[in-house]
Design a protein around this ligand. Sequence first.
Ligand SMILES: [Zn+2]
Length: 317
Amino acid sequence: MIRALAALLLAAAAVVPAGAEPVALTFDDLPVFGVKRPVAEQAAITKKLLAGLVRHHLPATGFVNEINLEGPDRPARVALLTAWLDAGMDLGNHGYSHLSLTTTPVADYIEDTAKGDAVTKALLAARGRQERWFRYPFLETGPTLAVRRTFEDWLASAHYRVAPVTLENADYEFADPYDAALIAGDRKRARAIRREYIAYSAAAVAWYRSAALALFGRRPALVWLLHASKLNADSIAALARIIRHAKLAPVTLDTAMADPAYRTPEDYAGPDGNEWLERWSLTLHRELPWGSMPKVPGEIEVASARLSDPDDEHGTP
Ligand SMILES: [Zn+2]
């Protein structure tokens, strides 16, 4: 059943209506983002997220941290990755242990990335497919251009392409307080966080579309960074509504990346994990409309900061 639905999903997504702006969804930190949960809970989250993606004809690529498969429940956690492929989705490498290239020596970072595809690559190969996409953890691409080139030369030799990000809605900031509210049994608080998340997401989509238009003078395909969280599993219908109202056309990452905008050079080097509109804006010396960028509600920022690891200085997971 799910395989038949998945085939329909891909067929529907292959046709982009004229004038619609393509958007590819990407979900990081697979199998499941956030607090360490029993595998049965992870399975429920994965099932709900994938069912929502299939129901709303949203192709997606999931980026895996294979360190999160380790432990006694390893086979059951690997089965969660299989579920992504069964649902017609693609999988990519997000590093074995989600290291920062800002603070990790590049040789160690390469070793960790190479180690990060043992399971995923085999699952894809069993279907006659290849693992082709890499997403930088924290979007950190290296403190210097030399480090960046060293790593990206290795990536190319391993037949990977970088999956950039041109749309994000700070979903990770909402996801931790949402999980905390549910763990505390405070459903009212969880509902309130979800409402704020949906409102912020609609505003973020509008802003990134306007920023991309300002940068390119046209509306390029977008690549949306999300996380495989319970928040997104519970919000997928609302996110699909936002996509419909914005008249975005859901496509695969491959289709979005065929947009020539993604061949725009950018030579950012530094400690920050910037998304790609900002990188291109720096390289092309074209301003983005920062003044109109929506702000994450203050109380969500405070709650998220309180829950995050005090040793972790990175913004985007
Ligand atoms: Zn991540």
